[in-house]
Design a protein around this ligand. Sequence first.
Ligand SMILES: [Zn+2]
Ligand SMILES: [Zn+2]
Length: 322
Amino acid sequence: MPSPSLEATLNGMPQVELHGFRPEHDLALVSTWVGRPHVTRWWGEPDDALAELRTHDAETVALISLDGRPVGLLCWQKPTSLELSQAGLSDLPSDLIDVDIMIGEPDAQGRGAGPEALRLLFGRLRAQGVAFAGVATELANRRAMSAYAKVGLVPFRDFVEVGTNFRYFTKCLTDAESPVHRKDAEGVSMARGECNCGAVQFEIDADLTDVFVCHCSICRKSTGSNGIAVVVVPNDQLRWVKGQEHIATWKKPNCDWQTWFCRICGSPVPGANDSKRMFAPAGSIVAGGDALRVAHHIWVGSKAPWDEIGDEGKQQPEGFRG
Ligand SMILES: [Zn+2]
Ligand SMILES: [Zn+2]
């Protein structure tokens, strides 16, 4: 019985492994990586990137090898509360571990080393009892965004730092490792959704039943109607089919409210409900929503005067109380 790594080699799959980082031995190699244009573009000035790695606890740095050759590195840390507040991310889970990844060898890009290295690190962190991991990427870094989607990282929020637009992604490590993708008899997913232009598409692996309608003044302005109707599902039940890179977000300043929309057609699209759950606009569900009924109305106390509620949904004067 071949070992898993040998089996991967025999199958022609690139073999990705993580190795301990020995600064005195490995920094020379890393210094060639940080000088490469495709790395400098995201990691900034080579000297600054190297200085930061020198001071990083070597226990929380790992070299990534692809078919036995070192091609990049991972480092991870608990973000400080100052860093989080400067990025407007103070509401991230307090025990979250923030991860940085670098694929330094140009010919190793696009071969799946990044997603596989992240998968290995997440497994290691999970075994250490870490519940949440997160990564940031510049909005312009499409390659990173598609790699993150592959390992189940979901968008948390967009933020601006020193004039550059970033997106923060999180992953709950205590979720099932690989959610079983349930399909019906015709091989169709249980629910499917899309924006008006079709650039953003997603699938939900769940029997959708409950719609939540928020009647608050912020949701009213956001949609131009009586509020917004959404379904809420655990993170691992929503899967992006395509178009995550077309999603824009806007957070209302000084307010626990954020909107997610297609930057091409403006339709509301799924976003983070909290660190464990996603919401999807009920109106974006195009298949698999036949059993949906309004279960709850929230912020009914501030609904528009012309908004008459005529269904059986439970009415709550303010936020959701179960
Ligand atoms: Zn669209
Ligand atoms: Zn609302």
